[in-house]
Design a binder for this molecule. Structure first.
Ligand code: PHE
Length: 463
């Protein structure tokens, strides 16, 4: 299998997979779901889901990849179940859709990095002007996709692993520096208590459902990204411990992102924490104002560091998203890696153009679709996100666990997990994975899928 390439070490694989997991989702989504969902109470629920529900799906994906040494489509066929190739194709479709809009946002982050370096803090007040300057943001998106493609074109150990070994430690250093700095700002403790004081009364079924969806997306599950990365690891590696490190890194970085973000907000609002909202608005509108108030030199350093951090986090994720269709084409059509990479990256960039212009520039794509029962239309970008990530990922997770437990059969899964980890046999971890993959994951993920599908597209309000 040397022609496909391999991760050169277990650490290399862990860094690359953790890189896939740690992304835009950790830095802007997680902290605000925490604040809206009852602070530390949400963190606990999230942690529980990451380990109880997501972790078994993660080991399953990695095991299928390593067993077959194939892309998600080829993997089901290699195990003898050609009828399940559709599941691999569905994963590839969702990866392509996610990358198409994710790259647009990554391009914004990268563009903001350049603006911060120039000291242009006013950009925050002109966010919609920025996103509607489609030539400019299109160029940032193009550069981001080109960097992603360049890394992927260099292969597994020479490209993805090498990049992760540089990007992930740099990311950790940057987030620690920013967290320490933010905690020294006036009112920092007010921000941290807002973030962390548990409010169990705020934990509604909806919050629980959000925690689950967020954990699943954040760990890059349900589309075969980890089948793909798993297909490049050695049979000597311990899948269970690798997956634990990947999960811990993802959860740890998300947690740190909150510790960094809330003191910034507290500083800006004089400790009142009023008048800000989560998501893109916070990152692209509010934070530049914080950086500006630090004075020009310090503001440039802190602002540039923040958006570089965001760009690095996004880059290791876009790399994994691109690798999935690339491995598929290289494995199944015997195409050269370089040609496949550049061709697929170009196609996905083009597919992202409607998302790029769907923030006001093009009326058609901005008010793209009105769902049943909705009062206002969703943009193309939101629509692609609803289909590609919110709906297809949980559905993929349901089907992957059903496949592993009942089609491939769980004794085969367990046997693969014992390779490189002989001590697993008979432990509670093994029994737990067996139980979760057979019952817990398919049932809970089916609920998430149904709630999301009917909730997003048909306005059914479950909560
Ligand atoms: N996990 C990434 C994030 O949190 C997104 C992602 C999803 C990447 C699926 C790859 C596959 O931003």
């Amino acid at each position: 299998m040397s022609s496909r390439g391999n991760f050169s070490s277990k650490l290399g694989f862990i860094l690359a997979a953790a890189g896939s997991a740690v992304g835009l989702g950790n830095i802007w989504k997680f902290p605000f779901e925490v604040a809206d969902g009852g602070g530390a109470a949400f963190v606990l629920i999230y942690l529980a889901f990451a380990f109880i529900l997501c972790f078994p799906v993660m080991v399953t994906e990695i095991a299928i990849g390593r067993k077959t040494q194939k892309n998600p489509v080829g993997a089901y066929a290699a195990l003898g179940f050609k009828n399940w190739k559709f599941l691999g194709l569905m994963g590839i479709l969702s990866g392509v859709l996610i990358l198409s809009f994710y790259n647009v946002v990554a391009g914004w982050a990268f563009g903001y990095f350049l603006e911060m370096v120039k000291g242009n803090f006013g950009i925050g007040q002109n966010f919609s002007q920025f996103t509607n300057d489609v030539i400019n943001v299109g160029l940032y998106g193009l550069v981001f996709m080109a960097i992603t493609a360049f890394i992927v074109s260099k292969g597994i150990s020479g490209g993805i692993e090498k990049a992760a070994k540089f990007l992930m430690p740099s990311l950790v250093i940057m987030i620690l520096l920013l967290t320490f700095y933010a905690s020294s700002l006036p009112n920092a403790m007010k921000g941290i208590s807002y973030y962390l004081i548990p409010e169990f009364s705020e934990v509604t079924p909806e919050v629980i459902y959000n925690a689950l969806g967020q954990a699943f997306f954040s760990l890059s599950l349900g589309m075969g990204a980890l089948i793909t990365y798993g297909s490049y690891i050695s049979r000597g590696d311990n899948i269970v411990s690798s997956a634990a490190y990947i999960t811990l890194t993802d959860v740890g970085i998300a947690f740190l992102a909150g510790l960094m973000m809330f003191p910034f907000v507290a500083y800006l609002t004089d400790g009142t924490m009023e008048g800000f909202s989560g998501g893109p608005g916070l990152i692209f509108v509010t934070l530049p104002g914080v950086f500006e108030s630090l004075g020009s030199t310090l503001g440039i350093v802190v602002g540039a560091l923040f958006f570089l951090l965001l760009s690095f986090a996004a880059l290791t994720s876009t790399v994994s998203l691109l690798e999935v269709p690339v491995t598929y084409v290289v494995d199944e059509f015997k195409a050269s890696r370089k040609t496949s990479v550049w061709l697929i990256a170009t196609l996905i960039f083009l597919l992202g153009i409607p998302s790029l212009v769907s923030n006001g520039y093009s009326e058609l794509f901005t008010s793209f679709i009105t769902y049943v029962g909705a009062s206002s239309p969703a943009s193309f970008m939101t629509f692609v996100e609803h289909v590609g990530s919110d709906t297809l990922l949980p559905l993929g997770g349901v089907l992957i666990t059903i496949f592993a437990a009942y089609v491939w059969k769980k004794h085969n899964l367990i046997e693969e997990l014992r390779v490189g980890n002989p001590n697993l046999e008979g432990t509670w971890k093994e029994k737990y994975i067996d139980f979760a993959v057979s019952y817990l994951c398919p049932i809970l993920l089916t609920l998430v899928f149904i709630f999301t599908f009917l909730g997003r597209f048909f306005g059914v309000n479950f909560f």
